[in-house]
Design a protein around this ligand. Structure first.
Ligand SMILES: Nc1ncnc2c1ncn2[C@@H]1O[C@H](COP(=O)(O)OP(=O)(O)OP(=O)(O)O)[C@@H](O)[C@H]1O
Ligand SMILES: [Mg+2]
Length: 241
C-alpha cells in the first residue's frame, strides 16, 4: 500500500472528529471519500497533510504510513519531499502573484531552472486553460481557472500521492466535468489520488474505491462501482436516483 491510515482518532478541543478510522490508498489508485457535511472527511485529509494542527485540531492516536514509513506529524515540506502534495479546500492560490509565479512557487524547493521550466510545460500541456493566462494575477482568474491553477501548482511538486479536498466545489457543470477528467488524466500519468468530494456520483465514477464517512466514522467501503449501485449510498448521496 502507498498510504495506510490505521485507527486514526482526531479531535478539535473536546470534540471528537474522527473515531478510530482506517483506510488506505494503493499504488495507482483513485480513492474517494464521501459523506455528509461535518462527517470528518477534511479532518482525515488534513491529518495526513499535516495541517490539522493549523486548524486547532489534533491527532489522539493512530498510524499514518506512506510507503511503509511513519509520516504522522511531518511538516508540509517534509511530506512534499516524501511525495505527497495537497490541493486544499477553497483552492488558495496566491492572489497577487501571476499564474506563472504561482506555478513557480509550486517548485520553490528546487533551483534547477531548466527542469522547472520543463515541469511548467508539462503542467501546461495537461492544463492548457492556463496557457494564455500566465501573466494574469491569480486573484483575477475565474473560480474554475483558479482550481486548475491550484492543481497545477500541486503537480509541480511531482507527487506520488495527490490529496484533493473538494476540487469541484463551486464550479459550473462544464468545469466540474473538466476537473474530474483532469484527475483521471493525472492518475493515468502515475499519480495516486485521495479525493474528498460532495459530488459523490462523479467522484465514485472515477474512483477505484471509496469510503463513506458518517459522523467521524467510516460506515461503508467498496469499489467505486459497487458504491454507486448501493441502495443506502444512492438514497443518501446520489439524490435518490
Ligand atoms: N477548526 C475546527 N474547530 C472545531 N471544530 C471543527 C473544526 N474543523 C472542523 N470541526 C468539526 O469537526 C467535524 C468534522 O469536520 P470536517 O471539516 O472534517 O467535515 P467534512 O466531512 O469535511 O465536511 P464538509 O463536507 O462540510 O467539508 C465537524 O463537526 C466540524 O464542525
Ligand atoms: Mg470538508
Amino acid at each position: 500500500m502507498l498510504l495506510e491510515v490505521k485507527n486514526l482518532m482526531a479531535r478539535y478541543g473536546a470534540v471528537m472528529a474522527l473515531k478510530d478510522i482506517s483506510f488506505d490508498v494503493g499504488e495507482g489508485e483513485i480513492v474517494a471519500m464521501i459523506g455528509p457535511n461535518g462527517a470528518g472527511k477534511s479532518t482525515a485529509l488534513n491529518a495526513i497533510s499535516g495541517v490539522l494542527e493549523a486548524t486547532d485540531g489534533s491527532i489522539d492516536s493512530g498510524q499514518i504510513l506512506f510507503e511503509g514509513k511513519n509520516i504522522r506529524g511531518l511538516r508540509t515540506d517534509e511530506l512534499v519531499a516524501e511525495g505527497i502534495s495537497l490541493v486544499p479546500e477553497g483552492r488558495r492560490v496566491f492572489p497577487t502573484m501571476t499564474v506563472l509565479e504561482n506555478l513557480q512557487m509550486g517548485a520553490y524547493k528546487r533551483n534547477d531552472k531548466a527542469a522547472i521550466q520543463q515541469d511548467i510545460e508539462s503542467v501546461l500541456s495537461l492544463l492548457p486553460q492556463l496557457k494564455e493566462r500566465m501573466k494574469q494575477k491569480a486573484g483575477t482568474l475565474s473560480t474554475g481557472e483558479q482550481q486548475m491553477l491550484a492543481m497545477g501548482r500541486a503537480l509541480m511538486l511531482k507527487p506520488k500521492l495527490l490529496l484533493a479536498d473538494e476540487p469541484s466545489l463551486g464550479l459550473s457543470p462544464n468545469y466540474l466535468e473538466l476537473v474530474f477528467d483532469k484527475l483521471v488524466e493525472i492518475n493515468k500519468n502515475g499519480t495516486s489520488i485521495l479525493l474528498v468530494e460532495q459530488n459523490a456520483s462523479e467522484a465514485l465514477e472515477i474512483a477505484h474505491r471509496g469510503y463513506v464517512f458518517s459522523i467521524g466514522e467510516i460506515v461503508l467501503e467498496d469499489t467505486g462501482k459497487n458504491l454507486l449501485r448501493d441502495e443506502k449510498v444512492k438514497k443518501s448521496f446520489l439524490g435518490g436516483l
